[in-house]
Design a protein around this ligand. Structure first.
Ligand code: FAD
Length: 466
């Protein structure tokens, strides 16, 4: 239409940043319109967190079914019907995206399907198709357009040169897969396919995989991947690919030596790029750096008073829960509340084997920040529950301030690390000490006791290690 529609709060993008911001803004009494050009739920629900965890779980089931020997369980002729796996994965995605759709409606959020472009400092033009568009004039706007996979010039995406989205949508389990990039997305997918029987090779440019995590933690994952037939090449730089009808041949420089790898597919997972280049934001004066990351203050406000930015398009780790957290802060800031971001207790998780999780400071980071700290460590092997799960490789580390025992960080490598890290996050957020954690009665036998015992190590009084 020709006439601009007026809205209070306009949100661009319905990923975990945008949809959460929309709901919080509606809860705070704003009239909210959310614009989405793709699928409701963004990357996370459709082609990220959720489908990848479903695929990882299918891999675990299959792998476990074949490896019950220790416990005396023999399962013969275990097989995977991969189309059924994909069907199930889609059903999980659909339940969640349908749920988000329902939540938006339930909160009276107006959902507009189309691509948004900033035509002015207070309006966006939404193209619904080639011929029609509608302009929306907003009081405030929250930009939550997320990110997309980086494309390497020598590895243009094709049928067999794929990114994470392609890797989640394969129709058959590849016999051989090369993964370029040993960050968390590459490692999670490498692990999932290795568990499903694929022969995987990871090419990582650095000296080790998962450089965002402590070396000792990454080494555990490295070891497990190798045990699962994954070849990990470090200091390896993929250079080119030749694609044929039924496969790819990748050439890489590994420790300055040229090597080639044959595979069915090559997955390129070398990072993600913010979707800020086709929005018209620069023309209306919104500041961003040369990588397209938007500058924001502690309320997620950009250089334009009435425009906020959240999630993968601003500084910091590209994680769904960070996007959602920022979405709430931005919505509250628009409502005039004094909310501001505090990133200390944002957990980082890799759903690898074993799982890795970290929140707050690592021991080294705390030292670098000038803290005098105690770094306490407790092994999963000393925990009854972990042993009875037949999954006892790993450890927890707790970082506390020496002077008063304040908990300022935790790292966990082991089964359920992704869930266990929440308790450490709560301790940091609530300003608890190692003593508070150690004095909290934890049910026996549970993995949660590891948290209590690591705190006891910090206090110098552990029961189950000497
Ligand atoms: P997005 O989820 O990217 O959503 C942005 C939305 O904006 C999209 O739907 C897009 O269509 C829409 N959009 C863009 N431009 C426009 C426009 N001009 N007009 C209208 N709409 C537009 N994070 C975790 O925390 N845990 C995990 O386990 C995890 N696993 C992952 C696995 C994979 C394979 C990948 C790729 C990512 C994973 N992530 C994970 C990262 C997580 O998906 C992102 O951090 C998160 O989705 C970012 O949320 P967002 O709201 O910023 O943007």
């Amino acid at each position: 239409g020709d006439f601009a529609e007026e809205v209070d709060t306009l949100i661009v993008g319905s990923g975990p940043g945008g949809y959460v911001a929309a709901i919080r803004a509606a809860q705070l009494g704003q009239s909210v319109t959310i614009v989405e050009k793709g699928d409701i739920g963004g990357v996370c629900l459709n082609v990220g967190c959720v489908p990848s965890k479903a695929l990882i779980q299918a891999g675990h089931r299959f792998h476990e079914a074949q490896s019950g020997d220790d416990m005396g369980i023999k399962a013969e002729n275990v097989s995977v019907d991969f189309s059924k796996v994909q069907e199930w994965k889609s059903s999980v995605v659909n339940k969640l995206t349908g749920g988000v759709d329902g939540l938006l409606k339930g909160n009276k959020v107006n959902v507009v399907r189309g691509e948004a472009y900033f035509s002015d400092r207070d309006s966006v033009k939404v193209s619904t198709d080639e011929y029609s568009s509608q302009t929306y004039k907003f009081k405030n706007c929250i930009v939550a357009t997320g990110s997309r996979p980086v494309e390497l010039p020598t590895f243009k995406y094709t049928k067999r040169v794929i990114n994470s989205t392609g890797a989640l949508e394969l129709e058959e389990i590849p016999e051989k897969l090369v993964v370029i990039g040993g960050g968390y997305i590459g490692i999670e997918l490498a692990g999932a396919y290795a568990n499903l029987g694929t022969e995987v090779t990871v090419l990582e440019g650095e000296e080790r995989i998962l450089t965002g995590f402590e070396k000792q933690m990454a080494q555990l994952v490295n070891k497990r991947l190798k045990k699962n037939n994954v070849t990990i090449e470090t200091k390896a730089f993929a250079q080119s690919v030749e694609e044929s009808e039924d496969g790819v041949k990748i050439t890489a420089k590994v420790n300055d030596e040229e090597k080639t790898y044959d595979a069915d597919y090559v997955l390129v997972s070398v990072g993600r790029k913010p979707n800020t280049d086709e929005l018209g934001l620069e023309q209306i004066g919104v500041n961003m750096n040369d990588k397209g990351i938007i500058d924001v203050d502690e309320q997620c406000k950009t250089s334009n008073e009435n425009i906020y930015a959240i999630g993968d398009i601003i500084e910091g780790p590209q994680l769904a829960h960070k996007a959602s957290y920022e979405g709430k802060i931005a919505a509250e800031a628009i409502a005039g509340e004094a909310s501001a971001v505090d990133y200390l207790a944002i957990p980082m998780v890799v759903f690898s084997d074993p799982e890795l999780a970290s929140v707050g400071y690592t021991e080294q980071e705390a030292k670098d920040a000038g803290y005098d700290v105690v770094g306490a460590k407790f092994p999963f092997q000393a925990n009854g529950r972990a042993l009875s799960l037949n999954d006892s490789e790993g450890f927890m580390k707790l970082v506390t301030r020496k002077e008063d025992g304040l908990v300022i960080g935790a790292q966990i490598a082991g089964p359920s690390a992704s869930d266990m890290i929440a308790e450490a996050g709560l301790a940091i957020e609530a300003g608890m000490t190692a003593e508070d954690m150690a004095m909290t009665i934890h049910a026996h036998p549970t993995l949660g006791e590891i948290t209590m015992e690591t705190a006891e190590v910090a206090l110098g009084t552990p029961i189950h290690v000497t």
